[in-house]
Write a protein that binds this ligand. Sequence first.
Ligand code: CP
Ligand code: NVA
Length: 320
Amino acid sequence: MGGYLVLSEKQIPMKNLTSLIGCSNAMILDLVSHSIRIKANPGNYSDVLHNKSLLMIFEKPSLRTRVSFQVGMHQLGGHSIVLETKDTPFREKESIADTAKASSRYVDIIMARLFKQEDIEEMAENAAVPVINGLTDTFHPCQVLSDMLTIYEKKGKLKGLKLCFVGDGNNNITHDLLLGCSAAGINISVGCPDEAKPQEWIAEIAKKKSEETGSAVEVTNDAFKAAQDADIVYADTWMSYHVPKDEKERRIKMFQPYQVNRKLMSSAKDDAIFMNCLPAMRGYEQTADVIDGPQSVVFDQAENRLHMQKAIMLKLLGKL
Ligand code: CP
Ligand code: NVA
């Protein structure tokens, strides 16, 4: 582990986690360092959330987010409830505000996976308890925070590394990687087609953060330029949960030049790691030899969702 990552002396409070827009370098280091401690000594935290309840609301499918939050809450001594919105009055008979207000009378913390970012923001504004974004079309902060833990474990530092993301630039993972990397001082290069660039307002916030941490933000349509000398090469699905299925053929053609294959990996550093938040489709955003090869850390990434989820819940409930 790099020597600079020490637990902060002062507590850095967090009310909600809806995106990484407001996330500073200190907040990332704080959560990464706490998650390292939680991962190393899970038994020390087994009763910290005794009698606490987590409500999880899903408008989209999930494996990792659902299971890691549920197991994480259980391992912290608490309890969790899963609601699929199709089984509730959500939207059709009950507003997001009323859902948030009523749920706050029962549970201590809410995690929701919704389509629209404005909906999770509305939930956070109306809930009396902390609200966590478990993925919207625009952001996926829990994933990128746990990716910071994985990168730190693999590389021993964050600041000064280069992360290359190739594929869909207008994507929740890409957006929070832009915000998280720039805040952590990681140079980020996004290689994507001109018609699938990151949303401009998010790239602008990332550029401002990067000026503070002395890192660089680049968006290019040249996948090989993006991957040049990268320490981390990151891919995500070309068919995010919210993308209509009839767009598949068009998107395969559009993103094919951005596939992570052995040739693209050879542009990165020899010791580069390959990341994908999963779920992944072999033969699409990456070839099987890359995701199943020695540079891939995708299942460490999946595991670290559990440890970071615990740190996020403990932080939001004022226990860290
Ligand atoms: N990476 C991730 O969030 O996976 P799920 O969609 O399975 O939760
Ligand atoms: N961009 C992907 C992330 C999945 C965890 C999606 O939204 O489906």
